[in-house]
Write a protein that binds this ligand. Structure first.
Ligand SMILES: [Zn+2]
Ligand SMILES: [Zn+2]
Ligand SMILES: [Zn+2]
Length: 252
């Protein structure tokens, strides 16, 4: 399995517009973070995790090949703002999207031109599948295990694919969901910044969950400029825990 971090940044991206802090003005490319999204390639299939407003820029330099499905964590714009740019990929075949019921309802309201029964001509050929957080399902024969997490008070979805899991925008996880994360080789999980936040894990909160989940390797995503410089934070972490960066590929 190959995991590509297409974007590792929070909703604003890094640099933040107008900010002159040391992270936003850093010359290190690892301090520039597009909005969070991950591509998983396994058994000849390609599955996209979230599709934010930087999607077009994130895939322009990649091989142009079919996408077998798109797993959506929740309806916030930084995770769905690029869905219209699936259009070129949908020429290979219709692309199934997967989201929980709340997210699906909001997407239909936001993109009626391509998510209604009678579509406007030329729109992306995408279809919406509602995910029940308690039921695994398959995309092109690949088993997907949804994981319910809490984004503050909003229930949203993480996903496990084989021995990797993707969890973003989480503050807390219901006790019973931890069982779905046993035996991971790679955990990709959010850590926003150093100080606590009402709807996202801080670095310390993320590290507590990493210690509990015990994946072989963990990569943090959805980071803001308040996490600090990549190089300095990376040096402070144990050798199996890393800050992800845009363009990073991980072989599992
Ligand atoms: Zn987000
Ligand atoms: Zn900044
Ligand atoms: Zn969010």
């Amino acid at each position: 399995m190959k995991i590509t971090i297409l974007g590792s940044g929070t909703s604003t991206g890094v640099p933040e517009i107008g900010c002159t802090c040391e992270v936003c003005t850093s010359k290190d490319p690892k301090d520039s973070r597009l909005r969070t999204s991950v591509l998983v390639e396994t058994e000849g299939k390609r599955i996209l995790l979230d599709c934010g407003p930087d999607f077009r820029q994130q895939v322009l330099h990649l091989d142009f090949a079919p996408l077998d499905g798109v797993l959506i964590s929740h309806e916030h714009y930084d995770h769905v703002g690029g869905l219209d740019d699936l259009r070129p990929f949908s020429r290979f075949a219709d692309i199934p999207l997967y989201a929980d019921e709340y997210t699906a309802t909001h997407l239909k309201a936001r993109m009626p031109y391509c998510l209604v029964e009678h579509k406007y001509p030329g729109v992306p050929a995408i279809s919406l599948n509602v995910v029940d957080a308690s039921q695994s399902f398959c995309i092109a024969g690949i088993e997907i295990v949804p994981i319910q997490v809490m984004h503050g008070r909003l229930p949203i979805l993480g996903y496990r694919i084989g021995k990797m899991a993707y969890i973003t925008d989480m503050l807390t996880m219901p006790e019973e969901e931890y069982e779905k994360l046993h035996g991971l080789d790679c955990l990709v999980m959010n850590a926003l910044r150093i100080k606590p936040h009402p709807t996202h894990q801080s670095l310390d909160e993320a590290l507590k969950n990493v210690a509990r989940i015990q994946a072989k390797q963990t990569y943090f995503i959805h980071m803001s400029h308040h996490i600090g410089l990549h190089r300095e934070v990376e040096q402070s972490l144990p050798s199996h825990i890393h800050l992800a960066y845009d363009g990073l590929t991980i072989e599992v």
